[in-house]
Every structure is written in C-alpha cells, then in structure tokens.
Design a protein around this ligand. Sequence first.
Ligand code: PHE
Length: 458
Amino acid sequence: MSATRESSIHGIWTSRWTFILAATGSAVGLGNIWKFPYIAGENGGGAFVLVYLLCVAFIGVPIMMAEVMLGRRGRQSPINVMIEQVKVVRAKKVWRLLGWSGVLAGFLILSYYSVIAGWVLDYVVRMAQGVYQGATAAEVEKSFDQLVADPYELILFHSVFMLMTMVVVAKGVNRGLERAVRILMPALFILLLIMLGYAINSGGFEQGFHFMFDFDFSKLSLDSLLTAMGHAFFTLSLGMGAIMVYGAYMPKNASIAKTTITVAGLDTLVAIVAGLAIFPIVFANGLEPGKGPGLLFVSLPIAFGNMPGGQVFGTLFFLLVTFAAWSSSISLVEPAVAWLIERHNFSRLSASALVGGMVWALGLLTVFSFNLAKDFKPIAGFNMFELLDFLTANLMLPLGGMFIAIFVGWVMRRRAVKDEMSMKSFGLFNLWIATIRIIAPLAVLVVFGFELYGRFGG
Ligand code: PHE
C-alpha cells in the first residue's frame, strides 16, 4: 500500500472537523495550562504575554499553515515527506535532517512532558482522596515539594502516562482518541471557566489581570523574548512534525488556512483563560508568581481545597488536564511511529512499544533532575529538565519551524504550494508567502540574535 493524494497508509481524518479536533488536541495541553502560566510568572507577566501573542499571530500561524500543507502534500511521516520533497525539487539532501530533528525533538519533549503529566495524574488521585480539603497555602506547597522529591512516585506515574500514550498510538489515532477528545475538550474549557469564576471572586482578580495584561517592558529581559517565542512554537505543536503528520491525515478538500486559524485561536483562548484562572489565586494567597513549574500544582489545589464542592471539581479538573496532556503526547510520537511503519514494516504495536520504551527511559533524566540529581547542572546552570526544555522549546522547535518556512517559501515549487493551499484570495496567499519567506524566518533570527547578545554581548 502506498500513499496517494487522497489518503495516507495510516488512514485519514473523517472530516475537516476531526482534523481541527485532533490538531487542537495536540496544541492544547500542558503547554497552555501548566507551562504558560508559570513561564509568564517567571518572566514578569504582561510584556511577556504580549510578545507571546505576537509570535503566535505572526510567526506561529503562518508556519503552522506551511507545516500542514507540507504534510498533506506528502501524506507520510515527516521524515518521508522531506525525503520525497527533496527528490521532487532536487534540493540538497541536508533538508532531510528536518524530518529527523523533528523526531528527535518529539522524543526529548515527551520524555519530560510525560513526567509532568505524571504529576497531574498523581493530583487526580490526591484530589479524589480529599488530601487538600481545608489545607493552607503552606501545606499545599509542602506537599508538592514532597512529591517531586520522591523518585519512586514520579517514576510510577510517568510510567502510567507513557503506557496510556502508547496504547492510544498503538490503536491508531482514529478510533480511541478522536471520540474522546470531542467530549473532553469542551468539558475542560467549561471547568476552566468555573475556575475563572472562582478566581474572579478570590479577591486577587484585579491584581492577576494587571499582571497578565499590563505591558511593562522594563520587566522583559532579552532571555524572555526567546522564551516567549519558543513557547509560541511549543504551544502550537510546531517545528517538529506533529502538526505535519496530522496534516498528512487531513481530507483533501479542507481549507488549510481556516482550520489552522481555528486551532491557533482555540489554543490561545485556553492559555489566556488558564492564566486568568490561576494568577488571581496566586495573588490572593500571597504566592510567588515566579515560583516555577509547581505553580499550577500549588495554586489550584489551594482554591479547590477551600471552595464548596472542591473535591469533586478538583478531581475533575486534573482529570481533564490529563486528557489534554494525553491528546498532545500522542502527537509527539506519531511521526516516529508512522516512520517505523512506513520504512521498516513495523506493526503499529511494535513501533509504539519500541518508541515508548525509549522515551520512558529518557524520562528518567527528568525524574531525577527534581530529586537525586537536583544539583547536577551540566550546562549553563540548567538541570536536566531545564536543559531539555530549553533545548527543545527554545532552540529545536523555532529552528525546525524556521527551516520549514524557508523550505516551503524558497525551495518548494510555487505551483505545488499554491495548488495544495488552494486559497481563494491571491492577496492573502501572497501575504502568507511573504510571511513564511521573509518575516517569520527573520523574526526567529532576530530573537536568536537578541538571546546571543543578552548572553554574551550585553
Ligand atoms: N502543544 C503541546 C502543549 O501545549 C505540546 C506539544 C509540543 C505537542 C510539540 C506536540 C508537539 O502542551
């Protein structure tokens, strides 16, 4: 069996909506609910949020379109899409690296993503047991510190989450997840709104709101610029082939521009609502907004522990965050699994087992970086978790996205690109082409330049 213009050997989404659902499932995840609030907190709030929004709109969305387009054109795993496209236009073979670096980035990201998703799972259990009912802020903080200090507990839940991920990937994306996500994503959003309602009445809303939307540029370091841009790639699942492989399963007649904008819009909305739900609680309880990766796991349990019905809502909330993480994690390994099936005739099951096992082992680095190897900081003062996060979100994804933009904008034949995009308006098409040819790559380079200057020059 081989791929055609109409379908891939792995199947095809049932409709345009299923693609939107799956891509939104990939985009909306821990990045929105866990990472965005804590890095916004670490980087001073407002100005950081603004830069992130600008990056999503002017770099993220256009590159997302390019990635979906490339995937649908090739209808295969990103590695094979690149191999094929390089042949079609007789481009230099180095372009093939783009597929490979994406697979590597997916492995590295999932290795720590799964550990954090494990915390979420752990909190489902704790919430259900009512551990935080009536707890003070100090008690909740202490209990989080104890969790991450315990490697066995982290390994246990990391293993459970990896198993969950690989079971779905092994089954193929169509059957299990498509259906689940349809119900769970709206449910997550409703629960976030309930949390927002609580936050509005927490007494910290004004302060939280100002923290997120007062654009005070004196708080923005050069480092924060790169973090904001990197996060735009991370949250949209860009630069490593996840969105490309989902594009490969996209029906022929769906509009790439419209679906992409919908996905990016939903993703941004969830991040903003998550921030507005979390920061008021942070300020109302005198917590530190820059306290790092534990922010979500401390602020929300305090709120749930002290609101009527908190035990039920809290359990439900962390359960839904689990689902958001789950629908993202499968997209991190789908490129690798699809490639093993195409290239080496693996069954889906054995491909999933192999990939899952490798990522699981890699995840131990992150587990230990919170306890046994807390003080092991091999490079630039980063521990292993921070290093993996920086390497992937701040370097590999923006670079991957930039080269995808350059490939689509400069190397591919314009006719093929135009044909696949099938945009009705020439004006919009040309605007998009100009963005991926020049604006997006340049923006990425400028931000890298600032980072280098900030580290070595300033
Ligand atoms: N976008 C996901 C999130 O925000 C993470 C992700 C990154 C998924 C890259 C796939 C690829 O949680």
